[in-house]
Write a protein that binds this ligand. Structure first.
Ligand SMILES: [Zn+2]
Length: 332
C-alpha cells in the first residue's frame, strides 16, 4: 500500500472526513518524529507479521465475549516478534489517545463522522462526571465509581486494561473510566492486570460486568477491620480480586477508623463542655440517640457513605455503646 493522503480516501477509510483526520493525525510528532514514520513501518511489515497483528487486533477487539460463557482465550503474548515494529504500532495506538482523543476525534458522540466538533477528551471527562453525579446539585461533592470515596479535583481517566499491554484499547470507550487518583495510582490499581492470565472469569469489568450491588461491607469490631464479601458465593472470587486490586478492605478500614476517631473527638468535646458547665454527663440513652441520629442523617450521595453507614451500625452495638460510655466517663 502506498500511504498517502489520497490513498486513505474511500473505500480505504469509510469517509473522506476520517481519511482527512487520519492524515492530519499522522503528521503529528511523537519523540520528534511524525507518526507517519510509524505508520510506514507498519505498512512495510512482512505479510506474516501483518497477518499475526490482524489476528491479534480481532481477538483483543472482541472484549465483550470475554464476559460471556465459554470465551475464547484472550491473547497474552505480543503478536509481533520484531520489537521495533511492535513499538511503532504501540506508539501509533497510544497517540490516538494522547494526541487524537485529546484534540478531538472525527466523530460525534453517536459515531457519526464529523470534520469539526468531534468528541474530545475534555468532553468525555465532563460527560462521565455528569452521568455519575449522585447528587445533582453542581456544588455537591462527587463520588469515585470504584471506591465510593471523594472523586477529587484531579480525577484520572483510567484504562481498565492497561494501554501499554493492549494499546489498541487506548481510546476504546468501554476501556475508559474516570476514577479518583488514589484508586488509579500504585499501590492500588496502577498497572496491575484486571484478569487472571488472560481469563476474565473471576473479574468484574466497569461496563461489561459491573460489580455494583454484588457485594457488601462488613466489619469486625474487635479487630476494627472492614471487609468486602459477595452477596452470592459465585461472585466471591470477583469480589476478592477487586478488593486486592484496589486494596478496598484496608482503605475502607482506614476510613472507618478515621471517622470513628472523629466521632470520639466530637463526643469527648461535648462531654467536656458538659463537665465544665456543671451539667450531667451523657446517659446511655443520649449516646444511643446521638449515634442513631448521626447514622440517620448520613446522605447516600456523599463520598464514603457505605463505610459511614457501616460505622453507624457498629457504633450502635450495645457493647460499643457501653465501651463509649466508659470512655466518656473518664473525660474531665
Ligand atoms: Zn476511588
Amino acid at each position: 500500500m502506498n500511504l498517502t493522503h489520497a490513498a486513505l480516501q474511500p473505500p480505504v477509510m469509510p469517509s473522506g472526513i476520517e481519511a482527512d483526520w487520519l492524515w492530519d493525525f499522522l503528521q503529528k510528532k511523537q519523540d520528534k518524529r511524525p507518526l507517519l514514520d510509524r505508520a510506514l513501518a507498519v505498512v512495510a511489515m512482512p505479510d506474516a507479521e501483518k497477518i499475526a497483528l490482524s489476528a491479534w487486533v480481532q481477538a483483543v477487539s472482541a472484549l465483550a465475549p470475554q464476559f460471556q460463557p465459554a470465551p475464547i482465550a484472550w491473547p497474552m503474548t505480543c503478536p509481533l516478534a520484531d520489537k521495533a515494529n511492535w513499538a511503532a504500532f504501540r506508539t501509533l495506538m497510544e497517540a490516538f489517545y494522547e494526541k487524537g482523543f485529546h484534540a478531538g476525534l472525527p466523530y460525534l458522540e453517536d459515531g457519526t463522522p464529523v470534520a469539526k466538533g468531534g468528541v474530545t477528551y475534555a468532553q468525555f471527562v465532563q460527560a462521565f462526571r455528569d452521568r455519575h453525579r449522585l447528587n445533582l446539585n453542581p456544588d455537591a461533592r462527587e463520588v469515585c465509581v470504584l471506591c465510593g470515596g471523594l472523586l477529587g479535583d484531579t480525577p484520572h481517566v483510567d484504562h481498565w486494561i492497561i494501554k501499554s499491554a493492549v494499546p489498541l484499547l487506548s481510546t476504546c470507550a468501554d476501556n475508559l473510566t474516570l476514577i479518583c487518583s488514589t484508586c488509579n495510582e500504585a499501590p492500588n490499581k496502577g498497572d496491575q492486570p484486571v484478569h487472571t492470565s488472560g481469563s476474565f472469569a473471576d473479574w468484574y469489568h466497569p461496563y461489561l460486568r459491573p460489580g455494583s450491588g454484588g457485594f457488601q461491607l462488613g466489619y469486625d469490631l474487635h479487630a476494627v477491620a472492614v471487609h468486602c464479601s459477595a452477596f452470592a458465593p459465585a461472585d466471591q472470587s470477583k469480589v476478592s480480586n477487586l478488593d486486592r486490586l484496589l486494596k478496598l478492605s484496608s482503605r475502607l478500614t482506614g476510613k472507618f477508623k478515621a471517622e470513628y476517631a472523629n466521632q470520639q473527638g466530637v463526643l469527648s468535646r461535648r462531654e467536656l463542655r458538659r463537665v465544665n458547665a456543671g451539667y450531667a454527663r451523657h446517659t446511655q440513652q443520649e449516646l444511643e440517640n446521638y449515634v442513631q441520629q448521626w447514622a440517620a442523617d448520613l446522605l447516600p450521595t456523599e463520598p464514603d457513605h457505605e463505610v459511614h453507614a457501616l460505622l453507624g451500625q457498629a457504633m450502635n452495638e450495645p457493647a460499643r455503646v457501653q465501651a463509649w460510655l466508659a470512655e466518656l466517663a473518664a473525660v474531665q
